[in-house]
Design a binder for this molecule. Structure first.
Ligand code: FAD
Ligand code: NAP
Length: 531
């Protein structure tokens, strides 16, 4: 019941063009301009009532999952459940900046996707919400402390690590993670130190052939950022540090292979992202891997079952069978299927550096129950592909930031049932703690997916409230948290202070003819916030 209502209210809300990358069944509306008049501008929220017995909620992590959870808790449907006294929400965030991967993951040349920030700003400017940036769960504050202060804690701190292949040679120089590269060109403070810039400069400069392992949308983002003429990136918010490297040192790079362990029908990337590479006139795939007559029986059956969206994707891919005559300064991006990496091999003249990858050629095997997608199995036939640079793009991974959190290390998620964090043995709720987003379901799904995920978590919260399992028992939660942080000498940033940083970045960007110029280091960010 609750879920249906949320779905309706979102369909009619002013969600921005992130919908472009999401389900086609969802109606998108133009972005409503709104004026941020809230007291966050002063940093003091006069309406934030910390003295009454409101349900106090702490959301940990300010990416899409955290913001959509907050948005739904503030919604009418929830208010009718919580009663007259509104919910008060404190969002804590490790960085001085909100928005998670919308700021530090979404490709800079997809600025329309980042417009979803307008929706999040509306949430942050609600009088019932307080943002506290530069505060890390696990480091500055413990889960136990939050549980003592707040009625509800929602963990939504995303996935800040990555999966590894666990094969020989993974530590060779030049075997890099796509996550790290993305974080670097997007200006994530932990990834913008001089040595990271120097590393990518040296690698890009000395590379002719790059291989990306994995064929998801992150792999295509990385391929596109490397392949497109650098001059076309200038208006976007690629950091100046990364632009300098791409502009001056990537002219040797000619060929980018994007390698998948399964076939074209199982490709994880979506039509929109493939179309972009086709439009850049740089995508190629061997006809014997993607033309209808070469598809294996399992793929043909899957294609038939999955219907039009997948069929269109394959038709689109099939337009890439003619090797493009590359426009100036564009690099060839080639999709290669049915190859699973088994070992990274060093260069003959430099044993510390990647020289080639040994792949096992694979074929598909059907799931015996027919429930899951077919998986790749080895054929015992191997192939070596020479390269100077590798980006592993096989998925992100969440980490456990506090020993009190029940964490499934194998799946890389917080142990939960419908968003309710539970003891792994007893399956009983650990009391007032919930989880949402990539931390809850694993590192997949677009921004929009987090709306549905938040719906489920919020439904668990409201059900627990209605059943009496949750109650309003904690007073002055936000004020007490702030006092705690002050006692610990932790400099935190409120939303108004973050907005000063945003304005600074936009102004700096304007001077350079780009959307914004991100500030790269936390101390500098804090100086601007506290000016
Ligand atoms: P996140 O967005 O990662 O947010 C987690 C937040 O928690 C972060 O702000 C982080 O700083 C904070 N945090 C971490 N640790 C702590 C801590 N200890 N204490 C406090 N806070 C903490 N989807 C699209 O629809 N379109 C796209 O174009 C698109 N591009 C993408 C590009 C990349 C490279 C990636 C990786 C994903 C992309 N996605 C895209 C998917 C989308 O970004 C995710 O679905 C979404 O960001 C997941 O939301 P989340 O809130 O779970 O995690
Ligand atoms: P992903 O979509 O899950 O893709 C991961 C890729 O890695 C798949 O091709 C997978 O192959 C491969 N892989 C995994 N383990 C492997 C192994 N051991 N060996 C070889 N290959 C392996 O993950 P992602 O690209 O990181 O994206 C994460 C989420 O963010 C996705 O939901 C994505 O759609 C979203 N996102 C969206 C956009 C956008 O909308 N523009 C941009 C970026 C990211 P298999 O399929 O065989 O497992």
């Amino acid at each position: 019941m609750l879920r249906r209502h949320f779905a309706r209210s979102y369909a009619s809300s002013s969600l921005s063009s992130y919908c472009l990358s999401a389900s086609k069944n969802h109606k998108c509306h133009p972005i409503k301009k709104h004026i941020l008049t809230s007291s966050y501008e002063t940093g003091h929220n006069a309406f934030f009532n910390s003295n009454t017995r409101n349900l106090s909620v702490c959301v940990v992590g300010s990416g899409p999952a955290g913001f959509y959870t907050a948005k739904q808790l503030l919604g009418k449907e929830c208010q009718s459940i919580f009663g007259n006294e509104p919910v008060n929400i404190t969002i804590i965030e490790r960085l001085p900046t909100p928005y998670g991967l919308v700021r530090y993951g979404v490709a800079p040349d997809h600025p329309e996707v980042k417009n979803v920030q307008n929706d999040f700003d509306q949430v942050a400017s609600d009088p019932r919400v307080q943002f506290i940036g530069n505060v890390s769960l696990g480091k500055d504050v413990r889960l136990k402390e939050l549980q003592e202060l707040f009625d509800v804690v929602v963990l939504s701190y995303g996935a800040e690590s990555e999966r590894t292949l666990g094969i020989k040679g993974e530590d060779l120089q030049g075997v890099e993670s796509a996550r790290e590269f993305v974080a670097w060109y997007n200006g994530l403070p932990s990834h913008t130190k001089e040595h990271t810039a120097e590393k990518f400069k040296n690698l890009v400069q000395s590379s002719k052939n790059a291989v990306i392992i994995g064929q998801g949308n992150v792999a295509l983002d990385v391929a596109r950022i490397l392949a497109r003429p650098v001059s076309t990136l200038k208006p976007y918010d690629v950091t100046s540090q990364a632009m300098h490297v791409l502009e001056n040192f990537n002219s040797n790079l000619k060929h980018i292979l994007v390698v998948g362990r399964r076939g074209p029908v199982q490709i994880a990337a979506t039509t929109k992202e493939l179309r972009e590479l086709i439009k850049l006139n740089c995508l190629y795939a061997d006809p014997t891997q993607i033309q209808d007559e070469y598809l294996d029986e399992i793929s043909k059956e899957q294609l038939h079952k999955e219907g039009r969206v997948k069929q269109r994707l394959i038709q689109l891919l099939q337009t890439a069978v003619v090797k493009p005559s590359l426009p100036d300064n564009t690099k060839l991006v080639e999709l290669v299927f049915f190859r699973s990496p088994v070992e990274f091999l060093p260069k003959k003249d430099d044993p510390s550096r990647i020289g080639s990858i040994k792949f096992e050629i694979t074929k598909l095997e059907k799931d015996p129950n027919g429930d899951l997608e077919p998986k790749a199995v080895g054929t015992g036939i191997f192939e070596e592909i020479e390269c100077d640079l590798v980006f592993k793009s096989i998925g992100y991974k969440s980490v456990n930031v506090d020993p009190e959190i029940p964490f499934d290390l194998k799946k890389g998620v917080v142990v939960n049932e419908h968003g309710r964090v539970v003891n792994p043995q007893t399956k009983h709720s650990i009391g007032g703690v919930y989880v949402c987003g990539w931390l809850k379901r694993g590192p997949s799904g677009v921004i929009l997916s987090n709306i549905y995920d938040a719906e489920e978590t919020v439904e668990s919260i409201t059900n627990d409230f209605s059943s009496g399992a949750l109650s309003r028992s904690k007073n002055d939660a936000h004020t007490k948290l702030v006092s705690k942080l002050q006692e610990k000498n932790i400099s935190y940033v409120n939303f108004g202070q973050y907005k000063k940083l945003e304005q600074f970045e936009v102004n700096e960007g304007q001077k350079m003819g780009k959307i914004r110029e991100k500030v790269l280091h936390v101390p500098e960010m804090l100086n601007i916030c506290f000016k």
